[in-house]
Design a protein around this ligand. Structure first.
Ligand SMILES: Nc1ncnc2c1ncn2[C@@H]1O[C@H](COP(=O)(O)OP(=O)(O)OP(=O)(O)O)[C@@H](O)[C@H]1O
Ligand SMILES: [Mg+2]
Length: 455
C-alpha cells in the first residue's frame, strides 16, 4: 500500500481520482490547493503526488518546484488540460514523472500511477544499496569466534526474532546489526538507529514514539518517532542498557505489542518492525543490580550474539589490517602499503581496548604519517607507543567510575604531574612550563600529593 496525495481545486476530480486509487488499495490524501497539499506532505510520508497544473493561490509549477526542493524523492504526476499542455511538458523538465491530460482516462491513470510507484521504489532501493556500499565496512573475520557470529547472523537474519548484540566498544556491534538487516527480507526497508545513551530521558519517549503538534511546548509540528520511521524495516536500539528505568517500561510495552501512541494522541499506531538491540555493558550484571528490567532483558534476548573483542580473535588481525590498508591507501598511489611481518607481531601483541575501531583508526593514521611502502616494526612501535600516552575513555571508565569528583580530580592531577615531571627529568621549571603553571605552584602540588622527586 502506498500513500498518494491528490492536489486539485476541483472537488469532482479529487473524488474520481480518490475512488480509482482506493480501488487499487492505496491510501489517499487530498488538498484543494498548493498550501493544503504541502501541509499534508509535512505530516505524512507520501510516495506519490498527483498535481494539477492550474491551481489557485500558488500555481502547480511553483508547488512542483517546492516539492522537488523539499522532498526530491517523491514522484509527481501532473494533470493538465489540453490548453496548458506546454506547461505540463515544462513540468516534466523540472522533474515531474509524467503528465496526464484531461479528460482523464481510467486505464492511463492506473498505469501511470503504478509505473511511478515502481520507479520510486527502485530509486529507494538503489539509495539503500549505495548507502550500504559507501558507508559500511565489509565485515571481516574468519576466526573461530567470528564464525560463531556469522552462523548466528545467517540463522536469524530471515526470521523476525529479536536480537541482542553484546560486546565491548568498537567490536562491530552496529556492523553486525546492519549485516542482519541487509540479509533479511526487510533489506529494502529502512534501517533506523537510535542511540539510547545519547537521548536525554525527557526526550526519549518523543524520540521513539513521536508527538502531535502542541503535545508539549516545543512541539511545533507533528513528528514521527523512530518506531514509526522503521516501519517495514529494522529498528536498532543501540546502547540499550543506558536507558533509564522509566524509559525501559515504555519500550517494553511498545515492543510487546508493537503498538504505541504518539505523545499527545490517543490513537494507537501499529508497526511492522524487526528489533535489534545492542550494548557494551554487562547486561546480566545490570539486571541483577536492578538497573535493567529483567522482563525487558528476556524480551530482547531471543537470539543473543556476542561480538568478540579483538584480543579474542587475533587470527583475524592480519586480514583486518590488509583490508584497512587498502581502504585508507592514498588516492594518488595505485598500490597500497603493507606492514612488515615484525610490525604485525607488535600489532598482535597490542591490547586494543578500543577493538576494531581502534585498529581501524590506527591504520588510517599510520598510512598518513609514514612514507614507508613496507611499514617497519619501529614505525609501528612508535605509533603504538604514541597511542598509549592518550588517556583512553575505557581507562577513565574503569578507574574513575566509582569516585567522587574531588577524589577523581586529585588522582588525575597527580598522575598528570608525575607524567610531566618524568618527561622533563624532574626539572620543576620545565615541567611547570609545560603544565602552564608557576613553579612555586608545582612545588606546592608536589608536596600536597607526596610526589617523589627522582633525580
Ligand atoms: N569485522 C569487521 N570488519 C571490518 N570492519 C569492522 C569490523 N567490525 C567493526 N568494524 C569497523 O569498526 C568500527 C566500529 O564498529 P561498530 O561501530 O560496529 O562497533 P560497536 O561495537 O557498535 O562500537 P560501540 O560499542 O563503540 O558503539 C566501524 O568503523 C566498523 O565499520
Ligand atoms: Mg555502536
Amino acid at each position: 500500500m502506498s500513500k498518494i496525495l491528490i492536489i486539485d481545486d476541483e472537488p469532482g476530480i479529487r473524488t474520481v481520482l480518490s475512488d480509482i486509487i482506493k480501488d487499487e488499495n492505496h491510501q489517499v490524501f487530498t488538498g484543494g490547493d498548493g498550501f493544503e497539499g504541502l501541509t499534508v506532505l509535512r505530516e505524512e510520508s507520501v510516495d506519490l503526488v498527483i498535481l494539477d497544473v492550474w491551481l489557485p493561490n500558488m500555481g502547480g509549477i511553483d508547488v512542483l518546484k517546492e516539492i522537488k526542493k523539499e522532498y526530491p524523492d517523491i514522484e509527481v504526476i501532473m494533470i493538465s488540460g489540453h490548453a496548458n499542455i506546454d506547461i505540463a511538458v515544462k513540468a516534466v523538465k523540472l522533474g515531474a514523472y509524467d503528465f496526464l491530460e484531461k479528460p482523464l482516462s481510467l486505464d492511463k491513470i492506473i498505469n501511470l500511477i503504478n509505473n511511478a510507484l515502481k520507479f520510486e521504489k527502485l530509486k529507494k532501493e538503489n539509495a539503500v544499496l549505495k548507502n550500504s556500499i559507501l558507508m559500511d565496512d565489509k565485515m571481516i573475520g574468519s576466526s573461530e569466534s567470528m564464525q560463531a557470529v556469522w552462523t548466528r547472523i545467517n540463522q536469524s537474519a530471515f526470521s523476525n526474532a529479536k536480537i541482542l548484540i553484546t560486546g565491548e566498544n568498537g567490536t562491530g556491534k552496529e556492523l553486525i546489526a546492519r549485516e542482519i538487516h541487509r540479509k533479511s527480507s526487510r533489506s529494502a526497508g529502512p534501517f533506523v538507529e537510535v542511540n539510547c545513551a545519547a537521548i536525554p530521558d525527557t526526550l526519549i519517549e518523543s524520540e521513539l514514539f513521536g508527538h502531535e503538534k502542541g503535545a508539549f511546548t516545543s512541539a511545533i509540528a507533528r513528528r514521527k518517532g523512530k518506531f514509526e520511521l522503521a516501519h517495514g524495516g529494522t529498528l536498532f536500539l543501540d546502547e540499550i542498557a543506558d536507558m533509564s528505568i522509566s524509559a525501559q517500561a515504555k519500550v517494553l510495552r511498545a515492543i510487546q505489542e508493537l503498538k504505541f501512541e504518539r505523545i499527545g494522541s490517543e490513537e494507537s499506531i501499529t508497526v511492522d518492525i524487526r528489533l535489534i538491540a545492542a550494548t557494551n555493558k554487562d547486561i546480566v550484571g545490570e539486571v541483577s543490580a536492578g538497573r535493567f528490567r529483567e522482563d525487558l532483558y528476556y524480551r530482547l534476548n531471543v537470539v543473543p550474539i556476542h561480538a568478540p573483542s579483538l584480543s579474542e580473535r587475533t587470527s583475524d588481525l592480519e586480514e583486518l589490517v590488509s583490508y584497512f590498508m587498502e581502504k585508507f591507501k592514498s588516492n594518488t598511489s595505485e598500490v597500497c602499503k603493507t606492514i612488515s611481518k615484525e610490525g604485525l607481531k607488535f600489532l598482535r601483541a597490542h591490547k586494543w581496548p578500543g577493538n576494531i575501531r581502534e585498529l581501524k583508526n590506527f591504520i588510517e593514521r599510520i598510512n598518513i604519517m609514514t612514507d614507508e611502502q613496507v611499514i617497519s616494526a619501529e614505525t609501528v612501535k612508535y605509533y603504538l607507543q604514541e597511542d598509549k600516552n592518550v588517556y583512553t575513555q575505557s581507562n577513565l571508565d574503569d578507574e574513575y567510575s566509582e569516585m567522587k569528583l574531588t577524589d577523581a580530580k586529585d588522582k588525575f592531577e597527580k598522575q598528570l604531574l608525575i607524567q610531566k615531571l618524568e618527561q622533563n627529568n624532574y626539572n620543576i621549571s620545565r615541567a611547570a612550563e609545560v603544565l602552564g603553571i608557576y613553579p612555586s605552584n608545582l612545588h606546592g602540588k608536589i608536596k600536597k600529593f607526596g610526589i617523589e622527586i627522582k633525580k
